[in-house]
Ligand binder design. Structure first.
Ligand SMILES: *Cc1c(COP(=O)(O)O)cnc(C)c1O
Length: 355
């Protein structure tokens, strides 16, 4: 039986995508060849790479607006460094909302001046800082839209003259935003788009080419753009599966439609967390709560064994919290059905009845 997969990443993918992906491993596009054993220069694969890039821009409403989409390797973690390599001249302004933002700051500091303009470290990152100022001489402002580990999510993005850079690894394609506000968006595929191994980068071309440092080829966005993400052998299979997921999303009606489902899932779970006296939400400000990753704890640790047995026997997988937060984390990415959240809520109610 298929499990209710609440894993934070790599995460659940649509069943129909997994079936097509499996088919391509044995016989890709009826070619008599596996997608794993053909040249990345072959027409079918070039079409995959182009299709994935186009679909990504189309979903975000960024076609013909000066943006380029790239599917690169090295994960979101390499983007922490690449962003600074390509954009940091005078100063990088950063918002620190948790582990991933912290790592991005660390990499940027290797290359130049970094100003942490806002942080929620004082309360173990359980809120999104507000009311901060971005220095006028900042080349860019970097933020993390959704904090996968702590379960907070930004609702508003600052208006600034600096380039707006956002790590959207764990909530890209999950909600409607004015994406034209952003100059550079990046996202590791494995949270809401595909398997691990490829990273989507969307960049407004006009912000590139302005730094004085020499950029090694593999770290240079302009090099990757000039080669259509094929400067070196790309991660064809992860990009193919990402493309299938983006097609699935398009058939469903796009981001606007998936957002409605994501809102329903989050409302269902958070209302149970709020109403059930056995549980506590980790993020206290309701407006800062992530619709992708809900973090919560049990009030009474003595119930842990009973709760863990209940959810595991209900077919739920991947619910344990990150070690820096403890408790539980329910990741409700695009492909997780509402029914899975209902199963979790039923288990939480059952625990209350039996406690
Ligand atoms: C998982 C995650 C990362 C790290 O991604 P890798 O692909 O493993 O490098 C970075 N940022 C956020 C917000 C994440 O959730």
């Amino acid at each position: 039986m298929k499990k209710h997969n609440f894993s934070a990443g790599p995460c659940i993918l649509p069943q129909s995508v997994l079936q097509k992906a499996a088919q391509a491993v044995t016989n890709f596009n009826d070619s008599g060849l596996s997608i794993l054993e053909v040249s990345h220069r072959s027409k079918d694969i070039v079409n995959v790479m182009e299709g994935a890039r186009e679909l990504a821009l189309e979903h975000l409403g960024l076609q013909n607006k000066g943006y380029k989409a790239l599917f690169l390797q090295g994960g979101a973690s390499l983007e922490f460094l690449m962003v600074a390599y390509n954009l940091l001249e005078t100063k990088g302004a950063y918002m620190n909302t948790g582990t991933w933002a912290d790592k991005a700051i660390k990499e940027a500091k290797l290359l130049g001046n970094v100003d942490v303009v806002a942080s929620s470290k004082d309360q173990n990152f359980n809120y999104i800082p507000k009311g901060f100022t971005i220095p006028a001489d900042a080349d860019y402002f970097h933020c993390t839209s959704n904090n996968t580990i702590f379960g907070t999510q930004m609702q508003n993005f600052p208006d600034t003259d600096a380039a707006l850079v956002c790590d959207m690894s764990s909530d890209i394609f999950s909600r409607v935003l004015d994406f034209t506000k952003f100059d550079l968006i990046y996202a590791g595929a494995q949270k809401n788009m595909g398997p691990a191994g490829t990273t989507l980068v969307i960049v407004k071309e006009e912000i590139l080419g302005k730094v004085s440092r020499v950029i090694p080829s593999m770290l240079d966005y302009q090099v990757h753009i000039s080669k259509d993400s094929m400067f070196n052998t790309p991660a064809v299979y992860p990009t193919y599966v990402s493309m299938l997921t983006l097609e699935w999303l398009k058939d469903l009606g796009g981001i606007a439609e998936i957002e409605k489902i994501n809102n329903a899932k989050a409302a269902l779970l958070y209302s149970e967390i709020d109403e059930n006296p056995l549980f506590n939400g980790f993020v206290t400000n309701a407006e800062d709560r992530s619709k992708m990753n809900a973090t919560f704890t049990l009030n009474n640790d003595d119930l842990k064994e009973r709760f863990d047995t209940l959810w595991k026997s209900a077919g739920i997988s991947g619910l344990n919290g990150h070690r820096s937060v403890g408790g539980y984390r329910a990741s409700m990415y695009n492909a997780l059905p509402l029914e899975s959240v209902q199963v979790l809520v039923d288990v939480m109610q059952e625990l209350k009845r039996k406690a």
